[in-house]
Design a protein around this ligand. Structure first.
Ligand SMILES: *Cc1c(COP(=O)(O)O)cnc(C)c1O
Length: 343
């Protein structure tokens, strides 16, 4: 099987497992796990923030960020089809009592969109806008990089409206690889930022949240509240340190592989794909009216040895990653071409 469902399907390599097995550990809730501390310090520095916190998942990072930066009844401004809205089982309303105001198109938006959606805290009927959350890269938007000039303008506007800012950077490493811009620059304008270790970096578990020390102190409490405070988590953090050393430099291979698939399927009958959205390791395409539904298409591809994700009624996602080589991408493109010839 050529598994293009997600970059989360990677298996920890033998050498990553060795690093995990050898990790020095301690009780992280006493702050005594040296490997967790090393990972947190390293990512705090690389993200240009005061302090960082290891958490169990990207969803937990998002939920903690919402908890720290909002109060119940608040509103959060997000882009179209954000992970916090679509992929977290309604957690934001259950955990933090917030509602979302969705702005922009395709996952990106502008400072003008924020200004238009903003609702002041002292109004007698409006929910108070508290936070602007940005996803970079944007998953359902096709792995697109959120333009950094727009980010700077949005965060400046947010500052002038006294709104907090959060960067869901589950795939920020991909954004950095695609643009050549440093993690610290990408994360610079935000109060809090999260990055995932379990996506392109190939770790089995983990995300890291980074920001100001006072925010991270509150994040530690929220992590405990959500049941995510761990003990000898250095075994997991060791995978993160290993991945930063060994798996970061190769993300551009995933991007080239995604580009290869995209360029081979872009002209196919029944497939609607905007090549401009293929900027990193994700390909999101639409099936035209004469084509089968996404669920059908995905089932047919599976029978021919290619695993894809149905992301909507007629939307399909393919993701390249550490455990996929170029030859498999060529084969996957061939399979999609065979399938579309039957429409
Ligand atoms: C995957 C992802 C997350 C979190 O994922 P987990 O599966 O909870 O680790 C958060 N945000 C975005 C944009 C993602 O793609």
């Amino acid at each position: 099987m050529i598994d293009l469902r997600s970059d989360t399907v990677t298996m920890p390599s033998e050498s990553m497992r060795m690093a995990m097995a050898r990790a020095r550990v301690g009780d992280d809730q006493y702050g005594e796990d040296p490997t967790v501390n090393e990972l947190q310090a390293r990512l705090a520095t690389e993200l240009g923030k005061e302090r960082a916190l290891f958490v169990a998942s990207g969803t937990m990072a998002n939920q903690i960020a919402l908890k720290v930066l909002t109060t119940p009844g608040d509103e959060v401004i997000v882009g179209h089809e954000a992970h916090v809205v679509w992929h977290e089982a309604g957690a934001a309303s259950a955990n933090s009592g917030v509602q979302f105001s969705v702005v922009g198109r395709g996952g990106t938006f502008t400072a003008a969109d924020v200004e238009q959606a903003f609702k002041p805290r002292d109004h007698i009927v409006f929910p108070a806008t508290a936070l602007v959350a940005i996803e970079n890269t944007h998953n359902r938007g096709g792995g697109i990089v959120f333009p950094q000039n727009a980010i700077c303008e949005i965060c400046a506007k947010a500052g002038s409206l006294q709104l907090a800012t959060y960067l869901d950077g589950a795939r920020l490493f991909n954004a950095a690889a695609a643009t050549g811009v440093s993690l610290a620059t990408l994360a610079g304008p935000f109060d809090l930022v999260s990055v995932a270790l379990s996506k392109g970096l190939g770790c089995p578990v983990g995300s890291v949240l980074a920001g100001r020390s006072d925010h991270i102190a509150r994040a530690i409490r929220a992590r405990r509240m959500f049941g995510g405070a761990l003990r000898q988590a250095g075994i997991l953090a060791a995978a993160g340190l290993y991945a930063l050393d060994h798996n970061l430099g190769r993300l551009s291979e995933d991007h080239a592989n995604a580009r290869l698939i995209a360029e081979r399927i872009v002209g196919l009958r029944g497939i609607e794909l905007d090549l401009a959205t293929v900027q990193t390791n994700i390909i999101v395409f639409r099936l035209a009216a004469q084509a089968p539904s996404a669920a059908d298409f995905v089932a047919q591809a599976k029978r021919r040895g290619v695993l894809l994700s149905a992301f909507g009624l007629r939307i399909v996602r393919a993701v390249t990653h550490l455990d996929i080589i170029t030859e498999q991408c060529m084969r996957a493109a061939e399979v999609l071409s065979e399938l579309t010839s039957t429409f």
